[in-house]
Design a protein around this ligand. Structure first.
Ligand code: GLA
Length: 387
């Protein structure tokens, strides 16, 4: 998965040179899950894993797309793109120029070859990486200049969200695209999804003798299935019943009493996760400012328990990863991303990383789960041009 490989695929497929190659990273969220569509806070980092897009603009509105992970060329044209069309991975590509055009930008067609280096179905935002790599390419080749400012990058992220929500029809909340476009190396991105403001929070674990271990459980998750949408609906229903525009408006103080008016225990638990999770993001920012990694670890564990018990988005593989990593000395661990499979993260002392990985692998083997993929990551660069 390199820029050169994407360029080579472009040449093989289209018989000419791409104008350039752009890429965008996957993400892990440190904390703040299912808060983005509730106007809340989250704290993702960009991964070193990236998806590449080699692209050449066309002036006839045609879109020709090939993927190193797909099977053959997909062709459509800008005026055929819309809700549910095209289907599959091409939706995340073709949806981007469609959304940029709807937002008033001058965009044409293109030929593109993509090569994904973000594990698929692992809850690490391979779809956002794909959208954002294409968005970066479309911006530069079309002279839109949107990569040059935070504001422009936020506009690109919004177009990618629109592509995902409307064309790919996954009702996600926007954290992933913001992470891919706005995160920076050595920092976590504090995203306030109420006013879309961002803050770069220093996150250099290496300097503190620590490491972030990602456990891809291989329990495959999918955001287009009904569970994610169901959680989102519950949150919106709870907000309506409470008479607020989003759950962000519900204070932590007196929470149980405030939630007692909700119709049923299920809604109460869903809302409690969101409100307490937003508070944990704030606490995590304070912990990072104070270099208090023990506290960050505790917050990871509290967050995981809340997702397991109140929001009910964990699965046995994720719980096993968290328990095994913690048992092997991790300061804390939690599932990350949408849930129902995907990945967990563990905050470990560098010298404990191998033991934590071995403990997770053993626990998975003991329970007869598919072997997980474990890797250490650091906060990496956002979307940009490679070649
Ligand atoms: C997925 C979605 C995000 C966010 C997370 C949960 O990654 O794409 O918008 O809602 O789940 O925090």
């Amino acid at each position: 998965m390199t820029a050169q490989r994407a360029a080579e695929l472009f040449r093989e497929t289209f018989g000419e040179e791409p104008e350039g190659v752009w890429s965008a990273p996957g993400r892990v969220n440190l904390i703040g899950e299912h808060t983005d569509y509730n106007g809340g806070l989250c704290l993702p980092i960009a991964l070193p894993h990236r998806t590449y897009a080699a692209l050449r603009r066309r002036d006839d509105g045609r879109l020709r797309m090939v993927s190193a992970q797909g099977d053959g060329l997909v062709e459509t044209s800008l005026d055929e793109v819309g809700p549910g069309a095209p289907q599959g991975w091409a939706a995340y590509v073709a949806g981007v120029p469609w959304a940029l055009a709807r937002a008033g930008h001058e965009v044409g067609g293109f030929d593109v070859a993509v090569d994904g280096g973000v594990p698929l179905g692992a809850g690490l935002s391979s779809s956002a990486a794909l959208e954002c790599a294409v968005a970066a390419a479309v911006s530069d080749t079309g002279g839109l200049g949107l990569l040059d400012s935070t504001r422009g990058r936020a506009d690109l992220a919004a177009a990618c969200v629109e592509a995902e929500n409307t064309v790919a029809q996954a009702p996600t909340g926007g954290m992933d695209q913001s992470a891919a476009l706005l995160a920076s190396a050595g920092h976590a991105l504090l995203l306030d999804c109420r006013d879309h403001s961002t803050e770069q929070v220093p996150f250099d674990l290496d300097a503190h003798g620590l490491a972030l271990l990602v456990v891809d459980t291989r329990a495959e998750h999918a955001l287009v299935d009904g569970q994610y949408a169901e959680r989102r609906d519950s949150c919106e229903r709870a907000a309506r019943e409470l008479g607020v525009s989003t759950l962000r408006e519900v204070p932590l103080e007196g929470l149980d009493e405030a939630l007692s008016s909700l119709s049923g225990d299920l809604l109460r638990r869903r809302a409690r996760h969101v409100v307490t999770e937003i508070a944990r993001v704030e606490a995590a920012r304070e912990a990072l400012r104070a270099d208090d990694f023990e506290r960050l670890g505790e917050l990871f564990l509290e967050s995981h328990a809340s997702m397991r018990d109140d929001f009910e988005i964990s699965v046995p593989e994720l719980d096993t990863a968290v328990t095994a990593a913690t048992g092997a000395g991790a300061l804390g661990a939690r599932m990350t991303g949408g849930g129902f499979g995907g990945s967990a993260i563990a905050l470990v002392r560098r010298e404990d990383a191998d033991a934590a990985r071995a403990a997770v692998e053993k626990a998975f083997a003991d329970r007869g789960f598919t072997a997980p993929e474990c890797f250490v990551v650091s906060a990496s660069d956002p979307a940009g041009r490679d070649l």
